[in-house]
Design a binder for this molecule. Structure first.
Ligand code: NDP
Ligand code: DGU
Length: 316
């Protein structure tokens, strides 16, 4: 398996492999299933893994890394790029370093490569069941939280820091206070939610966009089947002998962004890497640009339709 292309991130030495393996599964997978899938993914050539405190996949990821080292699938942990995320219950100045240490303990690592603020809100108390009560949601103290994130870098707990589900407006707020600017903004991006404005903004600011739910998160509770059932994508895929998933992932890649796609199926995870030796034509790109647009993964669908959440969903 050839090495996957990497992207250079601001204030981060190691390039990030352009495709990462997602680890948020629905229904939630048990530890053994997750661990086995991650080991298969390493065998298939994945070197970038996307986890989060909230997914419950940090522990099995750590076990899979330890086993991959024992099996000799990788020679050193440094060959991997590991992203995890600060859960919103810990999105407070003084809780960030301890939360990052907790994630490191879960993954059994000395450092992570990329630590992201999961959502642009703070949840009061430790909230695990969704949606949450209105009173449990507060606006993010951007200055305090970003200081906490920067402290994680200074302490060597993570190499890079970034955000997730942030609009241009929220990014401006971070940039206004940052000493270390966010390297990554991980957001929903796929042919049915193309994020043109956010892409342009991030490009101008040197922030790498990583697309989550690049296949539209089909068959999950937070996504839908608009990407996988798209006639436009099917018409492009068929004569090329590609799958709809491959056309969707290739399209995302051609937009100049990185992506994290999740598959725990051996064949599909391999298929999702087969997107580098062909390209879409101008005509095909034009057809994809005409696909009707709608955000699939809204904060309201995760947290509940509270005023603050609806306001954040409305920002681009
Ligand atoms: N920062 C954030 O707020 C968010 C981050 N994420 C991250 O992004 C990752 C990817 O996004 P996700 O929401 O999982 O959605 P994806 O768009 O990656 O879709 C995953 C779904 O598609 C299926 N699938 C994967 N490959 C194929 C294929 N080739 N053909 C047909 N079906 C396929 C998977 O099933 P199967 O496993 O059976 O193949 C699964 O049901 C997450 O796992 C998570 O790490 C996701 C959402 C929000
Ligand atoms: O508990 C919260 C959930 O993990 C929520 O954050 C995810 O379902 C989200 O769609 C993601 O994948 O990041």
């Amino acid at each position: 398996m050839a090495k996957l292309p990497g992207v250079t991130l601001s204030s981060c030495e190691k390039p990030m492999p352009v495709i990462g393996m997602g680890t948020c599964s629905f229904p939630p997978a048990d530890l053994e299933t997750t661990k086995t899938a991650i080991i298969e993914a390493i065998k298939a050539g994945y070197r970038h893994f996307d986890t989060a405190f909230a997914y419950g996949s940090e522990k099995p990821l750590g076990e899979a890394i330890a086993e991959a080292l024992t099996l000799g699938l990788i020679m050193s942990r440094d060959e991997l790029f590991i992203t995890t995320k600060l859960w919103s219950s810990f999105a407070e100045r003084d809780q960030i370093v301890p939360a990052c240490k907790m994630s490191l303990q879960n993954i059994q690592l000395d450092y992570i490569d990329m630590y992201l603020i999961h959502l642009p809100v703070r949840l009061t108390g430790t909230v695990f069941s969704m949606p949450v009560e209105k009173d449990a949601i507060e606006p993010l103290d951007v200055k305090g939280v970003w200081e906490g994130m920067e402290e994680c870098v200074k302490l060597g707990l993570t190499k890079g820091i970034g955000v997730s589900n942030f609009s241009c407006k929220k990014l401006e707020e971070v940039l206004a206070v940052a000493t270390i600017p966010p390297a990554v903004n991980q957001v929903e991006l796929n042919p049915t939610w193309q994020q043109k404005e956010l892409r342009e903004f991030c490009k101008a600011k040197g922030i790498e966009i990583t697309a989550f739910s690049p296949l539209g998160a089909n068959n999950t509770k937070w996504g839908d089947n608009r990407v996988m059932d798209s006639d436009v994508l099917a018409e492009i895929a068929k004569p090329r002998g590609k799958t709809v998933a491959q056309v969707a992932l290739r399209w995302v890649y051609e937009q100049g962004v990185s992506l994290v796609a999740k598959s725990y199926n051996k064949e599909r995870m391999k298929q999702n890497l087969q997107i580098f030796d062909w390209s879409l034509s101008e005509e095909e790109l034009e057809k994809i640009s005409q696909i009707p647009q709608r955000k699939g993964v809204t904060l309201a669908s995760i947290l509940g339709p509270h005023d603050l959440v609806l306001e954040l969903d409305a920002e681009v």
